[in-house]
Design a protein around this ligand. Structure first.
Ligand SMILES: Cc1cc2nc3c(=O)[nH]c(=O)nc-3n(C[C@H](O)[C@H](O)[C@H](O)COP(=O)(O)O)c2cc1C
Length: 312
């Protein structure tokens, strides 16, 4: 009798800097908080990694209400980095996140490069923290200063954070620039281990009855399916210019969307707005990528990343 060999499930694992992930699907910063309600809704332990809501040195109250508004195929938000600040985060959030046993990536933001440095210094001492994502791209700060709109400012922040830690540093960039590859290259030169692409696009919506903005902050950041083709193009552009891994995001609503990002050059993907519609989306995407690898005889994620063929 011929012995049947069990078909090995194709390798889903990926490496982002020093972070080994069991699969390439992450939670996009600010779109998931681990608490009593969400832990019933999403089996977060199945994700490859979790990225926290961006934290700042001191607590922030965030922007005036309303902070979100739906648009055609998208979501505008102007949360304004509401968070409890570094100290409360370390005391209250880290212990429960640690129990998940998946890599914890802490997203940080500051008004100055020095604030990023101080935050990174505090996180560097915590063994529970696998990596640090630098939110260089929040569109909702009052001073509207986006580090990632300027190659030198990006370089400066990444360099200062690099001095403080050996942990994996991910630079999260804004799509609100003319040449995103230039900014990505600058982050890479300064020592970033990976690039997250993209944060939200500047946008706004108006209530024509009242003739007033729908968001309390007037403008906000657009996410969701409306931005996917542009985010995908940016991942493809940047992948040709940097050697470090890219984490692709922006409007991922299905396994097929995620696979497009990977073929365009992403080593991993993050799911944000889509999980507001379907809390199970991330898990379904993990399953669909696994199926795709198996069906197409692809042995591992590396083989799929950046495998865009030329048009025949
Ligand atoms: C409500 C909301 C809050 C967000 N907060 C953050 C944040 O704190 N830090 C950050 O880097 N990105 C934040 N983002 C951006 C997402 O992480 C992601 O980059 C963006 O939404 C694109 O992905 P998506 O279309 O899958 O949502 C936020 C997005 C939304 C919708």
């Amino acid at each position: 009798m011929v012995k049947k060999h069990k078909r090995r499930s194709p390798g889903m694992s990926v490496q982002i800097g020093k972070i080994g992930m069991e699969n390439p699907v992450m939670v996009a910063s600010g779109t998931y908080e681990y608490n009593e309600v969400t832990k019933e809704l999403i089996d977060i332990k199945q994700f490859g990694a979790i990225v926290t809501k961006t934290i700042t040195l001191r607590p922030r109250e965030g922007n005036p209400l309303p902070r979100t508004c739906e648009t055609y195929a998208g979501l505008l938000n102007a949360i304004g980095l509401q968070n409890k600040g570094l100290n409360a985060f370390l005391i209250e959030s880290i212990p429960s996140l640690k129990k998940l046993r998946i890599p914890i990536i802490v997203s940080i933001s500051g008004d100055t490069a020095g604030e990023f440095k101080e935050l990174a210094g505090n996180l560097a001492e915590r063994e529970e923290v696998a990596g640090i994502e630098l939110n260089l791209s929040c569109p909702n700060l009052t001073n509207k200063r986006l580090f990632a709109q300027n190659a030198d400012a990006t370089y400066d922040v990444v360099c200062q954070v690099r001095e403080m830690t050996d942990k994996t540093i991910i630079a999260k960039l804004t799509p609100n620039v003319t040449n995103i590859s230039e900014i990505a290259r600058s982050a890479e030169r300064a020592g970033a281990d990976a690039i997250s692409l993209v944060n939200t696009f500047f946008g706004m919506a108006i209530d024509i009855k009242k003739r007033e903005p729908k968001l309390g902050n007037v403008t906000g950041g657009l996410s969701g399916p409306a931005i996917k083709p542009i985010a995908l193009r940016m991942v493809w552009d940047v992948s040709k210019k940097v050697k470090i891994p890219i984490i692709g995001m922006g409007g991922i609503m299905s396994g097929e969307d995620a696979i497009e990002f990977i073929i365009a050059g992403a080593s991993a993907v993050a799911v944000g707005t889509g999980s507001f519609i379907n809390p199970n989306l991330g898990i379904e995407i993990i399953r669909d990528i696994k199926k795709y690898l198996s069906k197409n005889n692809i042995n591992g994620m590396k083989q799929l990343t950046g495998s865009l063929a030329e048009r025949s």
